[in-house]
Structures are given as structure tokens and as C-alpha cells.
Design a binder for this molecule. Structure first.
Ligand SMILES: Cc1cc2nc3c(=O)[nH]c(=O)nc-3n(C[C@H](O)[C@H](O)[C@H](O)COP(=O)(O)OP(=O)(O)OC[C@H]3O[C@@H](n4cnc5c(N)ncnc54)[C@H](O)[C@@H]3O)c2cc1C
Length: 428
């Protein structure tokens, strides 16, 4: 056993890491870094887990394709004239949004989809194992349910597209299963007779996302992580070409050997000051939570996606969350009520008994989206000591443990255990 002074010198030899952003990504990075002995401080300008990580659909969906798909551009253009469309671009003159869509459109191809699946699938397989491990080892109390989800369709065209996508996903090592409407209703009688069929994705799971982050933060705290809420980061402190810490908006700085930017949809101002190009656009999503009530809100046995409407419905402890929409309307937290209401209105077509009822919670949050649909995870070579972990779009919760583990490996081992060159933050 080492002496007290050994312990002291070991602690001072441990690298100091400062993380900007206390969402699911920042918290998972902190946890995996601290687990391996780093001394970590997390700076969050608001409260922990109150950004996109608070109210998302809670689905852990390994194998889920990214937002760039063939047909998306047409959908985006049509949405300019349909404010209730699941993907909605609020018409406005914004050169950055225009440039983003230009890059996005060029990557809505079959080839890019295959490429993205090749990059994301190994992360999906790894993250699934990490969730199992974390929940078991850390005894996380976050309503973890490992029972897959259904993608359900009310039209022939929707079902054909769903089956096509399932074939793609199957080629990357996942096991989607095609079901008829009858087979679906045998597993969960909540679904309407109008549903023609479904795809079951058995590898998926769900959690209460807010509780997951709070539980992970608590475990990180036990490993020595210091969380500072109400502290806004103004800039990355660079000295001699190297990232040395974070400068705070209220003056002062936190020095560190490594800096991680995990500021989600709000990352652009921080990277712009460094002259880095990270073309992030926020894609707003909404949720409505309702208590299961006969005739009003179904008591779902499984999570599901309403295929044609892209609404995710997740049963959580005591409520069902209806979540969705991809709204490109800039960085703001304005709730457009017709879009919010569309979540539960759309569900009326899919469930046997769905009526009007009060919501327990209504919310919106911003997904950080890059135009190639892939996150940015890893070192910024132009500024040694600087790391980025953002751009997870619809998969931030899903990929949070694997992102945390990879960032810890990049910082502590100098190389990640998975191939992540496709996620290079400097690729734009
Ligand atoms: C409706 C909806 C449904 C979704 N469903 C799912 C799903 O089912 N499964 C899934 O995997 N993903 C889902 N997502 C996506 C997921 O929520 C996001 O990808 C994820 O939460 C992003 O996490 P984050 O930590 O990067 O960002 P955030 O949770 O937004 O955290 C970023 C944090 O950084 C802080 N911050 C920003 N700037 C500064 C600064 N300068 N100084 C200090 N702090 C700062 C913010 O306050 C914030 O707390 C959904 C998203 C939405 C909106």
C-alpha cells in the first residue's frame, strides 16, 4: 500500500480535465474520465441536464440511421409550406442555415447512408453493452427497460419504406423483425386496426433520460468529479497554441491539461472564436407527457415510433412521452403550439383509444446537428489539448456512454479503441 505522500503525488499526476456542458454527453465524458483516474470539473451555465438531454424520447436506439437519408431534401422543401410536417424548416434568410442545407442535401444519398451506417453501427453495438454494464454495475435508478421498440405504419408506402430500412439496418448486425398488424396487436393491443404492420427493433432499450443523467452525475461525483452549475464558459483558453483551460464569462478561468467541449447545440460561438468550422444547426424537438388513462392515453407495453409521423411514444414510470419533430428555426426555446399538439393529434390515428387529455409536461429542446448526420467526437489537432464531443443529433442519449468512453481514451491513452476518423471534429 502506498504512503499518504504517494497518494498525493499520484493525485497530482492525474490529468486535469475541464468539460464545458452538463448534458448527457458532458456527464458521460466526466464519468468515464474520472473512472480512469482523471481529475474532472464540469462547467454548466444552467442546471445539469436541462438542455436537450432533459426531455428527449428516452430511446436507446443502436443501429438507428442518421437524419441524412435519400428523400429528405424533398421532405424539407415541402415542409416550407407545411408547418405541421415532422421535418420543418422555418422560412428565413439565414446564410448559415442555407450553407448547412446545401451540405446536408449533398449527403442525402444512398452512398452516404451506407457510409454513415458503417461509422455508427460499431458505436451502436458498443453503447448497448455499455448501458447494460452501467445500469448493472452502478445500479442506476433510471427506469431502464431493455425491450426494444416498434416502428408502426398505417400506410402501404410507409410500411414498404420501413421494411426497406430494416434490410439496411440488418446488414449492420442488428436484428429487426417484420410484423403484420395482427402480430403487432397480439404483442400490444393498444394499436389501432388501421395499423398495417410494424418493424420490431429488439436491440433497443429505453430510460427516463433526465434520471439517467442525474444518476450518472451522482456516480461521477462519487468518483471525484466536481460539477459547477450556473457557470458560463466564454472561451477556450489557448496559450502557446495549446488549450490550457476554459475562460469564464464572469471573469476567471479553470486551468486544465485537457478541455472537452460538450455544449450541444450551443457550441458554435465557442469554436468560432478559435477559427474552427463546425457547422452545427439546432433541430428543435418537442415532448408532451400524458398519464395512461383509458380512452385518453394508451398504457403502452413497448416504446414505438409512429412511422409516417416520426413521433416517438415511450412509456416511462407513470406516464407516456410523445416526442418528435425536427424544426430548423435557429437557437431559441419558442414552443410552436400547433407543432407540439401535432404529437398527440397524430397519435390518434395509430392507437385504439386516444383522446384529449391534459399534459403532465410540455417541453422543447435543441438537437445539435451536423450536415453529414454524424457527431463530432475526438481531438482538435490544431489545438493540442482540445477535444469536442457534440453533434449527436437524434442519437445523443443512445451514444452517450460510448462517447464518454471514447473521449476518455483519446485523452488518457492518446487513441480511441474504436475507429472514429469519420467523426473528426475538423472534417468540415
Ligand atoms: C424531442 C427530442 C427527442 C429526442 N429523442 C432522443 C432519443 O430518443 N434517443 C436519443 O439518443 N437521443 C434523442 N434526442 C437527442 C438527444 O436529446 C441529444 O442528442 C442529446 O441530449 C445531446 O446532448 P448534449 O449533452 O450534447 O446537449 P445538451 O443536453 O443540450 O447539453 C448541453 C449543455 O451545455 C450547456 N452549455 C451550452 N453552452 C454553454 C456554455 N457556454 N457554458 C456552460 N455551459 C454551456 C447547456 O446549458 C446544456 O446544459 C432527442 C432530442 C429531442 C429534442
Amino acid at each position: 500500500m502506498g504512503s499518504a505522500s504517494d497518494a498525493g503525488s499520484k493525485a497530482s499526476a492525474a490529468p486535469r480535465v475541464v468539460i464545458a456542458g452538463g448534458g448527457v454527453i458532458g456527464v458521460c465524458c466526466a464519468y468515464y474520465l474520472a473512472r480512469r483516474g482523471a481529475r474532472v470539473v464540469v462547467l454548466e451555465r444552467g442546471e445539469l441536464a436541462r438542455g436537450a438531454s432533459y426531455g428527449n424520447a428516452g430511446s436507446i436506439s443502436p443501429g438507428h440511421p442518421p437524419i441524412n437519408k435519400p428523400g429528405r431534401v424533398k421532405q424539407a422543401l415541402k415542409s416550407l409550406f407545411d408547418p405541421l410536417s415532422p421535418l420543418y424548416v422555418a422560412p428565413r434568410l439565414d446564410p448559415e442555415l442555407f450553407a448547412w442545407f446545401w451540405k446536408f442535401a449533398r449527403r442525402c444519398t444512398r452512398e452516404h447512408l451506407e457510409y454513415s451506417m458503417g461509422v455508427l453501427a460499431p458505436l451502436g453495438h458498443a453503447t448497448r453493452r455499455l448501458f447494460d454494464e452501467l445500469v448493472a454495475e452502478e445500479k442506476l435508478d433510471c427506469d431502464y427497460r431493455r425491450n426494444g421498440y416498434f416502428e408502426v405504419y398505417a400506410t402501404e408506402a410507409g410500411l414498404a419504406a420501413g421494411r426497406h430500412e430494416a434490410e439496411l439496418v440488418r446488414r449492420y448486425g442488428f436484428h429487426p423483425e417484420a410484423l403484420t398488424g395482427e402480430e403487432l396487436r397480439e404483442r400490444d393491443p393498444s394499436f389501432s386496426r388501421r395499423i398495417l404492420g410494424a418493424i420490431y427493433y429488439p436491440e433497443a432499450a429505453s430510460v427516463n433520460p433526465y434520471r439517467f443523467v442525474l444518476e450518472m452525475a451522482e456516480r461521477a461525483r462519487r468518483l471525484g468529479v466536481e460539477f459547477r452549475s450556473g457557470v458560463e464558459v466564454a472561451a477556450v483558453a489557448v496559450e502557446g497554441g495549446r488549450a490550457r483551460g476554459l475562460a469564464l464569462a464572469d471573469s476567471g478561468a479553470v486551468e486544465a491539461d485537457a478541455v472537452v467541449l460538450a455544449t450541444g447545440a450551443y457550441t458554435v460561438p465557442l469554436v468560432r472564436k478559435l477559427g474552427l468550422r463546425l457547422p452545427l444547426q439546432p433541430a428543435k424537438g418537442y415532448h408532451r407527457d400524458r398519464r395512461p388513462t383509458p380512452g385518453k392515453t394508451p398504457d403502452l407495453r413497448y416504446p414505438c415510433i409512429l412511422g409516417e409521423k416520426s413521433v416517438f411514444c415511450t412509456p416511462m414510470d407513470g406516464f407516456v412521452r410523445f416526442a418528435g419533430t425536427l424544426e430548423f428555426s435557429g437557437v431559441n426555446d419558442r414552443i410552436l403550439r400547433p407543432r407540439l399538439e401535432q404529437l398527440t393529434n397524430a397519435a390518434k390515428q395509430y392507437f385504439e383509444a386516444m383522446g384529449e387529455d391534459e399534459s403532465l409536461s410540455e417541453w422543447c429542446g435543441l438537437r445539435p446537428c451536423l450536415p453529414d448526420g454524424l457527431p463530432a467526437i475526438g481531438p482538435v489537432r490544431r489545438f493540442p489539448g482540445l477535444y469536442v464531443a457534440t453533434g449527436h443529433a437524434m442519437l445523443g442519449l443512445t451514444l452517450s456512454p460510448v462517447t464518454g468512453k471514447l473521449i476518455a481514451e483519446c485523452i488518457l491513452d492518446g487513441a480511441p479503441s474504436l475507429e472514429i476518423s469519420g467523426l473528426d471534429p475538423e472534417r468540415f
